[in-house]
Write a protein that binds this ligand. Structure first.
Ligand SMILES: Cc1cc2nc3c(=O)[nH]c(=O)nc-3n(C[C@H](O)[C@H](O)[C@H](O)COP(=O)(O)OP(=O)(O)OC[C@H]3O[C@@H](n4cnc5c(N)ncnc54)[C@H](O)[C@@H]3O)c2cc1C
Length: 601
């Protein structure tokens, strides 16, 4: 009998044929939050009032996510086959994604599955943030480039709903929810990357109240689309506000005027990139383009922050979807690839790598879904206050709860973006390692996933910016608010034999983290130098707590929680020691060291 062909290509072909039981795109971690971890009764009654039909709403959510999952799954093979296909310029000064992305987008739009967060009155579903995030995750698992299109479209629509006047909303939102138009966010300029205070695109108010926009933006994802949300500096205060984020306005600038004529918005060039090839990354030039202001004049940065925070969670979902894709590719391959007479998945070093990948994916999910839950809680509370009818004392209490949850969201959002994207780039790299040599070839898809992951730690604010933001929020007292909640959740686990010891371990570590933060505030340069370590310590504590909560609801998840707590709490203690012990003269030494090997001229 001939020897079975067990070379890398053969094993990969079996993988493609689906020899392993891979969970569908609406996986168990997602269902846990739809079915058991979210208090829909409370959320929906706050949002819609006492007569909310909770069962019907949740049933509708399930249907939406099941449809989205099966559509997303159907896009994956083509997305991988056409991974290298680039977006192209169009003759009318725009740009478009390659055909496989357009086809997938059309199918989503046909199924009514775009801009899902927009309210029903404008044709959307008003989908809660956690479910809109799960949707983006599913799309990204299939194709992170397609996720850019639908993610930006949803984000732009949400911002228009929040900051546009009724006329603007009536004009644009139904076109977003039908899929007729897409959106993008135009912040970055050649001299204004992380530092948006350096923006010089000019917004000049015209006598009829509209605004003329002139300037150049770079790196704009989906920048060939119709609706641009542009951050620009007000002409009237241009010189005195320069170098700050004051005096910026957020403007809705379409590519076409109402009569169909061009509106002076032109894609000047497309970037060639290392990954997410199907997403158009554009230099966009505004020459006398006419737009309308969203929100208040000069307060555009605040409005854009909303969109950016939304988008940061969106990128975290994008990264999580990609983690899932890489994890399942790696497990499938490792179970089939035989070396030394057994599957490589059974080699202890590979086994532990796969287990770490699985646990880290769940930890990202835990942190992210917890954050989305808080975002939904804030939105539901605000809806209840708007509706009115509460007693004075209930209204005061609700307002306090909203402010507390807001504080939590402000800290957790940069942590989610940081954690999800850093884990994603490590995890996709590990997945390549699991594939051995074939992982470095274009015969396997896993290298494409790693290439796509690399941008995620950069756009929507780099990891360094996220860590610095998080540190700032901690300094303003957010850590105490977040850890207060964490400690009371951990205390509730004391009576559960399976979790009590782990919960106590995490609780002890929270005290260590708080002590470390105090040390940092003696020297601001040193604090910033350690911002990533600090962010990682806080992330680990919160993710561990959420994983333990999950294990209380679903005991089959105890091993995941235990694996995370055992490894990561040691890491946190080690990082705390590094921060405390190595503080003296650290900043000056790094500075000297760099000068000695590379003197500045
Ligand atoms: C593919 C792609 C898509 C993009 N899509 C969009 C989009 O849709 N819309 C949009 O407006 N922009 C977009 N961007 C731009 C992106 O958001 C910026 O590239 C990013 O914010 C970083 O800015 P920068 O490239 O100028 O880097 P810089 O700001 O020059 O940073 C260089 C390095 O210095 C670090 N750094 C800078 N300041 C600090 C600080 N204060 N503390 C610590 N470290 C710091 C950074 O972390 C980085 O490591 C996109 C970029 C790419 C490549």
């Amino acid at each position: 009998m001939p020897e079975p062909d067990t070379g890398p290509d053969a094993a990969y072909a079996t993988n493609r044929d689906g020899g392993v039981n891979v969970p569908d795109f609406f996986g168990p971690g997602m269902r846990l939050y739809l079915d058991r971890m979210t208090d829909w009764e409370r959320l929906l009654r706050l949002r819609q009032g006492e007569d909310a039909d909770v069962e019907a709403e949740v049933g509708a959510y399930r249907t939406i996510l099941e449809t989205a999952a099966s559509l997303a799954e159907s896009f994956q093979a083509e997305a991988r086959e056409h991974w290298a296909d680039e977006a192209v310029l169009t003759p009318d000064g725009g740009a478009t994604s390659p055909p496989h992305i357009r086809r997938a987008y059309d199918k989503l739009a046909e199924a009514g599955l775009v801009s899902l967060g927009v309210s029903e009155q404008y044709g959307g579903y008003g989908l809660p943030a956690i479910l809109a995030g799960i949707y983006l995750e599913m799309i990204s698992r299939a194709d992170p480039s397609l996720m850019m299109v639908v993610g930006l479209q949803a984000g732009a629509a949400n911002d228009i709903e929040k900051y546009g006047n009724e006329e603007v909303k009536q004009k644009w939102l139904p076109r977003f929810t039908s899929g007729e138009v897409e959106g993008c966010m135009d912040l970055t300029e050649p001299q204004a990357g992380s530092d948006l205070g350096a923006i010089t695109t000019r917004a000049t108010e015209l006598p009829d109240g509209s605004v003329r926009v002139d300037g150049q933006k770079i790196f704009i994802s989906n920048g060939g689309c119709e609706v641009h949300l542009v951050l620009a500096r007000d002409h009237a205060t241009f010189d005195e506000s320069k170098g700050t984020t004051n005096g910026l306005s957020l403007l809705l600038v379409p590519r076409h005027r109402d009569d169909g004529a061009s509106n002076g918005v032109r894609v000047a060039r497309l970037e060639r990139k290392l990954g997410i090839h199907g997403s158009a990354t554009c230099e966009v030039v505004f020459e006398g383009a006419i737009g309308v202001r969203l929100g208040e004049k000069g307060k555009g940065f605040r409005a854009m922050l909303d969109l950016m925070n939304n988008a940061r969670l969106g990128v975290a979902s994008q990264a999580l979807g990609l983690c899932d894709a890489a994890l399942w590719d790696a497990i499938t391959y490792a179970r089939q690839r035989q070396q030394f007479g057994r599957p490589v998945a059974e080699q202890p070093l590979v086994l532990t790598m796969l287990a770490k990948m699985a646990v880290n994916t769940e930890a990202v999910r835990a942190l992210l879904y917890r954050t989305y839950g808080l975002v939904d809680s804030v939105a539901a509370g605000e809806a209840a206050l708007r509706r009115g009818g509460l007693s004075d004392s209930d209204a005061v209490q609700l307002q306090k709860d909203i402010e507390r949850d807001h504080t939590r969201v402000r800290l957790l959002t940069p942590l989610c973006k940081y954690f999800a994207t850093e884990i994603c780039s490590d995890l996709t790299r590990d997945a390549m390692q699991v594939f051995g040599g074939v992982g470095f070839t274009m015969d396997a898809d896993v290298g494409k996933l790693h290439a796509d992951s690399l941008i995620m730690t950069i756009y929507e604010g780099t990891s360094e910016i996220q860590a610095s933001f998080a540190l700032r929020e901690m300094g303003k007292g957010a850590l105490a608010v977040v850890f207060g909640e964490v400690r009371s959740e951990l205390a509730e686990m004391a009576g559960d034999a399976a979790r009590a010891e782990l919960a106590e371990r995490v609780r002890e570590v929270t005290l260590e983290v708080e002590k470390t933060l105090q040390v940092l505030y003696s020297d601001m340069n040193y604090a910033l130098l350690r911002a990533k370590l600090m962010a990682e310590m806080v992330i680990d504590v919160i993710a561990a707590t959420e994983l333990l909560k999950q294990a209380g609801v679903d005991p089959s998840r105890v091993d995941i929680a235990q694996a995370f707590v055992r490894r990561r709490m040691l890491d946190v203690e080690h990082k705390a020691r590094r921060i405390v012990v190595n503080a003296e003269g650290r900043f000056a030494r790094d500075f000297r060291l760099l000068e000695s090997i590379a003197p500045s001229s």
